[in-house]
Design a protein around this ligand. Structure first.
Ligand SMILES: Nc1nc2c(ncn2[C@@H]2O[C@H](COP(=O)(O)OP(=O)(O)O)[C@@H](O)[C@H]2O)c(=O)[nH]1
Ligand SMILES: [Mg+2]
Ligand SMILES: [Zn+2]
Length: 308
């Protein structure tokens, strides 16, 4: 005779991680049950959006046995630690606002992180109801010039301009605190936010949506992933070459520098610097890149043993 508990322990179900609390995860099964999971072993290697196999240890509890192959994964990292924001997403929205004023550095860094992860990014300037919106929109021209879509909306009054971009996709929302991520999620999926809140309360876990990445479904094929607010978007996990590759307007010139290992800082015969001299790359973006690489070197010199 096996006990009910033993029988349950035999059961492995498939699901998707919809919340990542660091040590614990919330996994949603195909029939939309939510299971609180731990991940055994040394590595906390599951991320929001991962497809996983879960061994049930109770009616709403389990442990993640296997993490499926990922299509992509977005990291941010500093010299101390690497964090996963989400996996298997179709695109990312970098959410900006005119008030509090968005940071250009944050925008550039998050775009680099998305490009390096192979995740297409859209820039959204929220709070179009504020008078500061129009001048802020004008400041985004350099990014639309290099090919990024720039969308205006008001999460508070009119999130509709966003809808055509979301349909049928899993969209990751990133942005500094205060830009309106939670407001956007609420406007788009109010019922779902309430449902998820109730489930979390019932399971006694992470009702603080701001401390973890969280996937909300809009319909069967559409979902939005809210991420915790943070002020910096560290790229410590990338190599210098990966950073250069992640700046789209650099790409046509990479491989054309005089030196194979050109770092595009000050080398003679640098095709990237020459392109900036001709105005084909903006001086601001080149300068952003060069400052970033210098900071990157300094940090890596201080932490030579850093490993993923
Ligand atoms: N005027 C205006 N305020 C907004 C809009 N969207 C968000 N806010 C406000 O901005 C603040 C930060 O929003 P929140 O969603 O918490 O930002 P998060 O930190 O990115 O999640 C809150 O006070 C919101 O009410 C908007 O479209 N217009
Ligand atoms: Mg928030
Ligand atoms: Zn170069």
């Amino acid at each position: 005779m096996t006990t009910r508990r033993e029988r349950e322990q035999q059961v492995v179900v498939e699901g998707r991680v919809v919340a990542d609390f660091g040590r614990d995860f919330l996994v949603e099964t195909k029939d939309r049950r939510q299971i609180v999971c731990t991940r055994k072993g040394r590595k906390q290697d599951a991320a929001c959006g991962d497809f996983v196999e879960v061994r049930l240890t109770g009616s709403a509890q389990g442990s993640i046995e296997r993490v499926g192959t990922r299509r992509n994964i977005l990291y941010r990292s500093d010299q101390w630690k690497e964090k996963t924001l989400a996996a298997n997403v179709d695109q990312a929205i970098i959410l900006l606002a005119p008030r509090p004023a968005y940071s250009e550095a944050f925008l550039n860094l998050s775009l680099v992180a998305c490009e390096a992860a192979g995740i297409p990014a859209i820039i959204v300037l929220n709070k179009s109801d504020l008078p500061e919106h129009a001048p802020a929109l004008a400041t985004l021209e350099p990014w639309s010039k290099v090919g990024y879509s720039v969308v205006s909306m008001s999460a508070k009054f009119d999130p509709a301009p966003l809808l055509p971009f979301l349909e049928g996709k899993i969209t990751l929302l990133v942005g500094q605190s205060g830009m309106g991520k939670s407001k956007t999620v609420n406007a788009l999926v109010m019922n779902e936010v309430a449902r998820v809140g109730e489930i979390s309360a019932a399971l006694g876990i992470g009702t603080h949506t701001t401390t973890s990445s969280r996937l909300y479904r809009m319909d069967r094929d559409t979902a939005i992933v809210d991420t915790p607010g943070f002020q910096s978007f560290g790229l410590f996990h990338l190599t210098e070459a990966q950073i250069a590759e992640a700046i789209p307007e650099f790409r046509p010139f990479l491989g054309q520098c005089k030196f194979n290992d050109c770092s595009h800082l000050s080398e003679p015969g640098c095709a990237v610097i020459a392109a900036a001299g001709r105005g084909e790359i903006s001086a601001e973006r080149l300068s952003f890149f060069q400052v970033l690489i210098e900071q990157h070197r300094e940090l890596h010199d201080q932490h030579p043993d850093w490993k993923r």
